[in-house]
Design a binder for this molecule. Structure first.
Ligand code: ADP
Length: 454
């Protein structure tokens, strides 16, 4: 036992006994560092005894890094030194650590080259990367000392995709199995199955999500159409019932001789004429709408003088609403401009716009029709100072059966097919229809048609 080591140990014990705890701890830690760095040549037994003793004074004294590996290296050197042969090489497994040693005696000297687990691991890693294989090393008892994966005899080996060398064939202390990386990856049945399952789940989730979305959308559309249709049926019934009731009452009064004089009778006839005319218009608009939806409506093609045509429609319309206090102002700024198309159908479209202008202007009874032409186009606009259209309704008023919030709120009569018909007629003539409106300030609908240049 080296005297200086004994003295250093005794110093720790003196410091401890005289109550200098911190000094003892410092001294013990310093002694341990020097001891494990190889300052004294001692046996393993001595080292273990010192470790226990020093830990009693300094509990934080611990084994240095890679201690186990160093001990395995030392054990391998000791073993090789004890061998009789003048030279040799061997691979050893010491406490599960891979160590190789090659030694030679030369004259009075003994030389050895040792490689421990970390050198081997680095070597195997490089080998695996360079050769594109996965290595699996197992000792005689079958314990894996490097790598993992399918053991010998598994599918990969059976199919001959992995190379196996037993310890006896190589002289190494372990058996080697090398599997190509790509084969190793794809031959793992669990990974492949998991991937397949995941893909299946993903497809299922996507199908379920899109299916639910489509079903929800179809249901909501069906509901909206059903609602529109029932509203439409109610509106049409109402449109028929009102004039029919008036006609029925008037004819009854006439038949029972309740009209006292000619003047009253004349008035009754006029009212009946007006009501039956209204009925005719409702029926015609429904029939036209149906024909246009089925694309069965045959448009005539004739040359029409735009200002004259619009003026005559406006005047005819004014006749029917004058008694209700409405006035239709006309501004014709397109003298001579002509359009080509079906005069009757176009008149129906303009009439619809005028009818709406009156229907949705219960207080402001002034409607303005203006005709102008520029850049090969004729524009016919109908402006009112009525209720106007809510912003969210603006985009939808040209849709079939659609009735705006203002119509429902005021209980205005209508079927929701007027503007859809206007749009169909105008588009069939190669034109467009647009709307500008502000709630409370009125609306302006404009029909734009191409000029007839011929
Ligand atoms: P309706 O039979 O309901 O009048 P339309 O297709 O003619 O059907 O019009 C669709 C909707 O557009 C109406 O319900 C109404 O809300 C709105 N609308 C149309 N014209 C006007 C207008 N001149 N002023 C205000 N709202 C209008």
């Amino acid at each position: 036992m080296p005297a200086s080591l004994v003295a250093r140990g005794a110093r720790c014990s003196v410091l401890e006994e005289s109550g200098e705890r911190a000094g003892a701890r410092r001294e013990a830690a310093a002694l341990w560092t020097e001891l494990t760095a190889g300052a004294w040549k001692v046996t393993r037994g001595t080292l273990d005894t010192y470790l226990k003793e020093l830990q009693a004074w300094a509990p934080d004294v611990a084994l240095p890094a890679r201690w186990e590996e160093r001990m395995a290296l030392a054990a391998a050197a000791e073993w090789a030194f004890g061998e009789q042969a003048a030279s040799g090489r061997a691979g050893l497994l010491i406490d599960g650590h891979v160590v190789s040693v090659s030694w030679r005696r030369e004259g009075g000297a003994w030389k050895a080259r040792l490689a421990g687990p970390s050198s081997w691991r680095a070597l195997w890693g490089k080998l695996e990367r360079d050769a594109g294989v996965v290595l699996r090393l197992a000792d005689a008892e079958g314990r894996v000392i490097h790598g993992h994966g399918a053991p010998r005899g598994s599918n990969a080996t059976a199919r001959g995709q992995a190379a196996f060398r037993p310890a006896a064939a190589t002289g190494l202390p372990w058996s080697v199995t090398a599997t190509p990386v790509a084969v190793g990856a794809s031959s793992d049945p669990w990974t492949a199955r998991r991937r397949l399952m995941f893909a299946g789940l993903l497809v299922f989730a996507v199908l379920l999500g899109s299916g639910s979305f489509l079903i929800a959308r179809a249901i909501s559309r069906e509901l909206a159409v059903a609602r529109l249709q029932s509203d439409f049926v109610a509106a049409v019934s109402h449109e028929f019932r009102t004039p029919l009731t008036s006609i029925r009452q008037l004819t009854e009064m006439l038949a029972r001789g309740r009209m006292a004089n000619e003047q009253q009778k004349q008035r009754a006839y006029e009212l009946m004429m007006g009501e039956s005319d209204r009925l005719r218009r409702v029926v015609e608009s429904l029939l036209d709408f149906g024909r246009m939806q089925a694309r069965e409506y045959k448009f005539r093609s004739e040359s029409v003088e735009a200002t004259e045509w619009a003026r005559s429609v406006a005047e005819e319309f004014e006749e029917t609403v004058r008694s209700l206090g409405y006035a239709v102002e006309f501004a014709g700024l397109a003298e001579g401009a002509r359009i080509r198309g079906d005069r009757e159908a176009l008149s129906g479209a303009l009439w619809n716009l005028l009818d709406n202008a009156v229907k949705y202007s219960p207080d402001e009874k002034q409607v303005r029709v203006a005709v102008s032409s520029s850049n090969g186009k004729v524009e016919v606009s109908v402006r009112d100072r009525g209720t106007g259209i809510a912003k969210e309704d603006l985009k939808r008023v040209f849709g079939k059966f659609y009735r705006g919030a203002n119509a429902k709120k005021q209980g205005t009569k209508g079927t929701g097919i007027g503007l859809a018909t206007v749009k169909k007629i105008v588009e069939a003539h190669g034109g467009t229809v647009r709307v500008q409106s502000e709630p409370g300030r009125g609306s302006e609908f404009t029909i734009v048609l191409p000029c007839d240049e011929s």
